[in-house]
Design a protein around this ligand. Structure first.
Ligand code: FAD
Length: 545
């Protein structure tokens, strides 16, 4: 069975009749990591996700895989070392989703840290990566810095450092991790919400679930249950366990996206804000520049999070301070997105000081809560979680049935590092075959490596008008994509990276979904409406700025 949305009825049928070793609630990067880790040990795994996979925080990050240069200042060397080791692994595990990127960090006369101290930090950052960063750091004087980034504010610039980290596709990293877990035998289903629990002697025995598409209610039985619901942790704890002490301190972060031509950054730039001592990134990607993020306490429902006028003004002000020559205005903003950090309460005075470390809390009522952390370390966090669960809730005899985890291998065996570079050298073959513009084919190959060849082989025909139409077929068959907004907002960067949000292709793409998923006229309309509604909701600040 492929990892396709249209197989969900069979998956639910299987879930109703199976007793699982581990039942995971929440299909963001944390749940995906735990599912893959547990399945790789030979555990029988089920995962339910209430929305689309990655629709929570996991599609709303800065999309960086990074060691966290700012942790050096707090002497949290172990955190940086761990994150840099995982970064090195992710380059191997997912070369089509995690790409090396250079970051320029400019220092001005009034910067909090001077060139000398920052230089020490840079050496330490390279050392903690065991000098295996894609490229070691460079020191530039003011002129060299402006030569590198012509739009950079030159007034009072002292110099800059350039170092390596990486950018990634957050939503696709979740999908590929889940696809790998699925291949290892995990049963996964989206649009199914955990609504309650059945207990025996105060211990969870099964979870009550509701299929949000059909309305059907059913139960899933497990030996143990894991919550990976990020910012929804307190809500789920209360619903499933009853008595619950709140543990989360959610914080909101937004990003804006810009056309690369309006802010031509050849590398990422680290923008330090003076007043609140925060770091904001300007990140160039294939399709766009991402600017973000903000960090403010958030008390609402994570589902309702969206950017507001103050958030957008704040980011525009920082951009204007660093790139005054670009003269960016609200009209240059293509789109915005907002997410809720699942931070765990640690008593800090401000949201930005709250620790980004994860916690694994084993509740004796037979449920483990995994929360906090970051993308970069998701594989390690999953391994630690499953180790702890096995030690705490499974007997030595039960544990002996399972193998050691096997999660350091490529997420997709068609996209190893070698296969990825082979694909890069064969882009012209696909251009010849499809006659699509070279740039579009290059994007397809960058996103899928050698699997791009399978995609073209399977879906290209003279009726296909763009590479995105082939991507839509592939997302339906192999990416559990079942709705138009899943595609526009997560499987493909169309909404975020284009002034028209990709609506020029809406007719053609929606026809593909309608035909493949056998939609009624009403379903077709409601799918189109929900993208338009998302636009109205998320970009409502445009009317007020
Ligand atoms: C603005 C911002 C920028 C960030 N940038 C970075 C970065 O650049 N690099 C980095 O490493 N990290 C970054 N992070 C952190 C990272 O994105 C998060 O730590 C990570 O995505 C959290 O994933 P998660 O799976 O724990 O939570 P989520 O992605 O929120 O997943 C939880 C899932 O649980 C589901 N769920 C909730 N309730 C139920 C229920 N009852 N039944 C079933 N399912 C349910 C939700 O629908 C959701 O999909 C950033 C975070 C933010 C907010």
């Amino acid at each position: 069975m492929s990892f396709a949305f249209y197989n969900r009825t069979d998956v639910i049928k299987e879930m109703k009749s199976t007793a699982y070793d581990l039942v995971i609630i929440g299909g963001g990067i944390t749940g995906a990591g735990v599912a893959r880790d547990a399945a790789s040990r030979g555990m029988k795994v089920a995962l339910v996700e209430a929305q689309d996979y990655a629709q929570g925080t996991s599609s709303r990050s800065s999309k960086l895989i990074h060691g966290g240069i700012r942790y050096l200042e707090n002497m949290e060397f172990h955190l940086v070392f761990e994150a840099l080791s995982e970064r090195a692994l992710l380059f191997q595990m997912a070369p089509h989703m995690v790409h090396p990127l250079r970051f320029l960090l400019p220092l001005y006369k009034d910067s909090r840290v001077g060139m000398f101290k920052m230089g020490l930090g840079m050496w330490l950052y390279d050392a903690l990566s065991l000098f295996r960063a894609p490229k070691l750091h460079e020191r530039l004087n003011a002129k060299q810095s402006v030569d590198r980034i012509s739009v950079l504010q030159a007034k009072e610039l002292v110099g800059s450092y350039v170092y390596s980290d990486a950018y990634m596709d957050d939503d696709r990293l979740v999908i590929e991790t889940l696809r790998s877990a699925h291949k290892m035998g995990a049963d996964l289903v989206s649009y199914v919400k955990a609504t309650g629990a059945t207990k025996q002697n105060e211990k969870l025995k099964s979870i009550k679930c509701k299929d949000l598409l059909s309305g059907e209610e059913f139960e899933v039985q497990g030996k143990h249950f894991v919550s990976t619901v990020g910012p929804w942790t307190d809500e789920l704890g209360e619903n499933l366990l009853g008595q619950w002490k709140k543990m989360m301190r959610p914080s909101k972060g937004i990003h804006i996206t810009l056309d690369r031509n309006r802010l031509p950054l050849p590398c990422a730039v680290v923008l330090a804000t003076g007043a609140d001592n925060r770091i904001i990134f300007g990140i160039p990607r294939h399709e766009m520049i991402i600017i973000g993020t903000t960090d403010t306490d958030y008390k609402g429902d994570p589902k309702d999070v969206h950017s507001n006028v103050d958030d957008v003004r704040y980011l525009l002000k920082v951009v204007d301070q660093y790139f005054p020559g670009a003269k960016l205005t609200r009209d240059d903003i293509l789109a915005s997105y907002a997410g809720v950090r699942p931070l765990v309460h640690d008593g800090s005075d401000t949201e930005s000081k709250t620790s980004r470390e994860h916690v694994i809390v084993c509740d004796p009522r037979n449920m483990t809560f995994v929360a906090g952390g970051k993308y970069t370390t998701y594989r390690r966090m999953a391994e630690q979680s499953v180790d702890k669960i096995l030690r705490t809730f499974f007997s030595p005899k039960e544990r002996s049935k399972f193998k050691n985890p096997n999660t350091k291998c490529a997420l997709n065996n068609k996209v190893t590092v070698e296969a990825f570079s082979e694909a890069q050298s064969r882009v012209s073959e696909l251009v010849q075959k499809t006659h699509f513009p070279k740039n579009d084919v290059q994007v397809l190959v960058d996103r899928h490596g050698m699997e791009a060849f399978d995609i073209v082989q399977q879906y290209f025909s003279p009726d296909i008008k763009s590479t995105w139409e082939m991507e839509a077929h592939f997302a339906i068959d192999e990416g559990a994509c079942g709705r138009l907004d899943d595609f526009y907002l997560r499987r493909a960067p169309l909404f975020l990276s284009r002034k028209d949000h990709g609506y020029k292709m809406l007719d053609d793409l929606s026809q593909i979904f309608a035909k493949r998923l056998v939609w009624s006229e009403d379903e077709h309309k409601s799918n189109i409406n929900s993208i338009l509604k998302h636009e109205e909701f998320e970009l409502s600040w445009k009317k007020r700025i």
